[in-house]
Design a protein around this ligand. Structure first.
Ligand code: FMN
Length: 165
């Protein structure tokens, strides 16, 4: 039987981060309303389309993220896929300790969730299933509305923002 030793945890964590960073993604703002009708949101790149019939997507949210209990309570959220000129929004919605929507215009989707104008596409999602695993919650969600615009995407690769050449 193989007796390969476990790598030191710090090394494994850094290698894991570096390997993940080699996978280029788009960037979305996940957003919802609290009980008082106030908008909340955060930057995510863990978006994946899951199922065609029914239409389902998922995002993975850190269990310590302030947005998680708000999304869970409402049972749904919106997604705005950022265009290349919206890098400042990605940074703002990933920064701790500020009211991100205070200086961000938004529009209400059909289900009332806040959506970012100028995004390449919007989806409105209702949570079907939540899987808690490790330090994240996977929100498998039904897409109940979507709209698209044209434009160029904001990308994330090797821990930095990128644009299509
Ligand atoms: C490009 C980018 C992608 C991110 N993707 C995710 C993600 O998919 N899931 C997640 O939990 N955090 C992700 N984050 C980190 C969160 O945006 C950040 O931790 C969060 O906004 C903190 O919110 P809080 O202060 O409400 O806890 C990402 C950050 C950046 C810059």
């Amino acid at each position: 039987m193989s007796t390969r030793p476990e790598p030191p945890p710090e090394f494994a964590a850094e290698q894991f981060r570096l390997a993940c960073a080699q996978f280029a993604t788009g960037i979305a703002i996940a957003s919802t309303l609290d009980d008082a009708g106030q908008p909340h949101g955060m930057t995510v790149n863990s978006f994946t389309s899951v199922s065609m019939h029914p239409p389902q997507v998922l995002i993975c949210v850190d269990i310590t993220a302030g947005l998680l209990p708000i999304i869970t309570k409402r049972g749904g959220f919106g997604l705005s896929f950022l265009a290349e000129h919206q890098q400042d929004l990605s940074s703002r919605f990933a920064r701790r300790g500020q009211n991100r929507f205070e200086s961000t215009p938004w529009i209400a989707g059909q289900s009332g969730v806040p959506l970012i104008p100028g995004a390449l596409a919007h989806m409105e999602c209702r949570i079907d299933q939540t899987i808690h695993t490790g330090d994240h919650a996977i929100l498998i969600s039904r897409v109940i509305a979507a709209d698209i615009s044209s434009g160029r995407p904001l990308l994330y690769f090797e821990r930095g923002y990128r644009k299509l050449e």
